[in-house]
Design a protein around this ligand. Sequence first.
Ligand code: ZN
Length: 319
Amino acid sequence: MKKQMIFDAHCDTALLWYQKKFDFFNEKKGHQASFLKLKEGGVKIQVFALCLNSEHGEFDPLRTLLSNIIFIKNEAEKSGKLKIIENKNDLEAVKKNPNVIGGLIAIEGGDLLRGSFEIARIIFDLGVRVFTPTWNYRNCIGTGMYEAESDNGLTRFGKKFIPYLQDLGVIVDVSHSAEKTFRDILKYGTKPVIASHSNVRKICSHPRNLKDAQLEKIIGNKGVVGIDFFPNFLNNTGKAKRTDIIRHIDYISGKFGDECIGFGSDFDGIHRTPDDLNGADQYPLLINDLEKNGYSKKQINKIAFENFYHFFKKHLPKK
Ligand SMILES: [Zn+2]
């Protein structure tokens, strides 16, 4: 049987790969989204986020970021199996080529860009196409959800920086943003946004999850929300199964339709997974569950792949 293609809008595998914590292309065990696991799971396009906040013990995060980007691009090119997607043409070519997996490079946490339009331009030229303005804390752009009490929305710099990035062709990702910052990103931005790895607050009350009003804003603007597989974001007990993922999908599709949901597993950024879904290789089990829960093949294809694919096709630069 042909495997369902998956578009996964968020994993944290790239830094581990760069730090040579494992052999990305050849080693299957020990990591949640190694190349072999992506392949086995039917993952066709994977967004690789680079998250290098000072909390991660980085001595010089910008140096590591730039080196990491070049490292991934070189390794991808050498492999011939992973194609880094920078524009619409690349995206379409990957979809048509059964022999490659596509990768997009994302930056998670705007502190890395040092409040500089020039550095933003450099990372764009290097191929970064997704940008999460804040991680959990406050930075020169806005405020992350762990500091919601001091959230004043986008800074003066942030109000100019978000549209600057969007006009270049970078997709802005509101996961991790505190609420006023979130609203400002939509207000001052020029394009629809994604929430690459965020769930439904009504189902699980973790502050990383989105309130209905936020879902409505993203979706009303033709954005896409990727479901995160971290148990703490799936279920208030902090223990989860695949059925919890389905509950979040049911909720969003029931309320807003099935054109705005995708997956943003957060693999290799989460130290715990649902009990019955512990890596990208197990995506087919989740697809099977969707089928059992009454989703048609067409709906599943939208949720698993097409929704994010269409969003990126619409918003990536042409060439
Ligand atoms: Zn994250």
